[in-house]
Design a protein around this ligand. Structure first.
Ligand code: RP5
Length: 175
């Protein structure tokens, strides 16, 4: 055995006596717990959906409010007009997947919250997003003016923060 190779490689299937095994210091418990805390174990309770990846900066305050309330959420981009099947599939499966609330943000002809509400009985919170014209009135009216029987809670234009807070209040209601 050379000095560069102090530990003989055992033949396959040969047990190494415990004294010869390289010893590893046990991880201090606090470190192990901190590492565990970083693992995502919570299933999301809120689905934040939006009509375009361009809506993400406007929808981030909803996620921040949920994080502050300690509520797990997921974020998905799907357009009621461009991906109608994806929206339908997501919303139909939402309750079964354990989601309790859907927050839906969209701009312009903002059909996403209403279409989401058409495919789920979960509460849907709509966020009208300010577009390039009409000062957001287009998306505000599209989300607020839902027909009877298909309710959507409509936040203010660019009101994603309130959507997150409102979702947290729904989830924290005593059952
Ligand atoms: C809506 O159309 C989206 O929610 C977005 O606010 C708007 C414009 O979409 P992009 O052209 O930026 O993808 O469906």
């Amino acid at each position: 055995m050379s000095e560069a190779d102090p530990m003989p490689t055992p033949a396959r299937g040969v047990a190494i006596p415990e004294d010869d095994m390289p010893q590893r210091e046990p991880e201090p418990l606090a470190d192990a717990e901190a590492a565990f805390d970083e693992i995502e174990v919570d299933s999301p309770l809120v689905g934040i959906i939006m009509g375009s990846a361009n809506d993400k900066p406007k929808m981030e305050p909803a996620g921040k409010a949920l994080s502050e309330a300690g509520i797990a959420y997921e974020v998905r981009v799907m357009s009621a007009h461009r991906d109608p099947d994806k929206v339908a599939d997501y919303c139909k499966a939402a309750q079964m997947r354990g989601l309790r609330v859907i927050i839906a943000g969209a701009g312009m002809s903002a059909a996403l919250p209403g279409v989401a509400a058409a495919h789920t009985s979960l509460p849907v919170i709509g966020v009208p997003i300010l577009g390039k014209s009409l000062n957001g009135l287009d998306s505000l009216l599209a989300i607020a003016q839902m027909p009877p029987g298909v309710p959507v809670a409509c936040m203010a234009v660019d009101g994603a923060k309130n959507a997150g807070i409102f979702a947290a209040r729904i989830i924290e209601l005593p059952s």
